[in-house]
Design a binder for this molecule. Structure first.
Ligand code: GTP
Ligand code: MG
Length: 201
């Protein structure tokens, strides 16, 4: 898929106030600071479409970006940022959970995982929660540039093995670097495949 246009449409905290049209939505979710907003900018080829920051907790709202006038890319707040109050953390979790559970336009979630880390409980819990609620998702490893290729391969294999302890089948897995611009074609092609499937359904 080639991106011809990507425009910001609306930000809010409530899935009920998201755009009312019926376009398919592809949402990016994951721990605070994992690189969701950076990945969106890389995918659409616009440096500052989604706001990014080196400090966690930048995205606090559900942000809709209309792409090619036919689908939405959605930037979600991060979960699990330790340095905010428990109340604020719970509020963000509710925003994310309600969006996932009740937004009927949600077509696929990309769950972002920092490729440098050992499997983290908070991410595994979130992934298992998605499974329990039958939410369609794939996994995107981020920040691939921040370590050697060898370490990257080892970490991802470890993650796959950890997931296979609870999952019979693995979801699609993508490896990316927004910094070094790697992994975009695979994700955009995957979105395209889903879109074509939806049209033919
Ligand atoms: P919240 O909105 O706070 O939940 O964070 P986010 O997941 O949207 O992360 P964001 O895109 O704002 O990126 C967080 C930090 O990681 C920024 O300093 C980015 O420059 C950096 N970053 C994101 N992706 C990459 C990457 O692929 N490689 C490297 N080296 N840095 C990255
Ligand atoms: Mg963000």
């Amino acid at each position: 898929m080639t991106i011809n246009s990507a425009i910001f449409v609306v930000s809010n905290t409530d899935f009920r106030r998201c755009p009312e049209d019926d376009f398919a939505e592809f949402a990016f979710v994951g721990r605070s600071n994992v690189g969701k907003s950076s990945l969106i900018n890389y995918l659409v080829g616009k440096k500052d479409l989604a706001k990014t920051s080196s400090t966690p907790g930048k995205t606090l709202l559900i942000n809709h970006f209309l792409v090619n006038e036919k689908l939405y890319i959605v930037d979600l707040p991060g979960y699990g940022y330790a340095k905010v109050s428990k109340m604020q953390r719970e509020k963000l979790r509710k925003i994310i959970e309600n969006y996932v559970l009740f937004r009927s336009q949600l077509t696929n979630l990309f769950v972002l995982i920092d490729s440098r880390l050992e499997p983290q409980k908070i991410d595994l819990d979130f992934i298992n929660w998605l499974g329990k609620n039958s939410a369609p998702f794939s996994i995107v490893f981020t920040k691939g540039d921040k370590q050697s290729q060898k370490k990257l391969t080892t970490n991802i294999e470890k993650y796959r093995q950890t997931l296979l302890e609870t999952w019979e089948e693995l979801p699609p897995i993508f490896i990316t670097s927004s910094e070094k611009k790697q992994g975009k074609e695979e994700i955009l092609d995957y979105i395209d495949t889903i879109m074509n499937g939806e049209l033919n359904a």
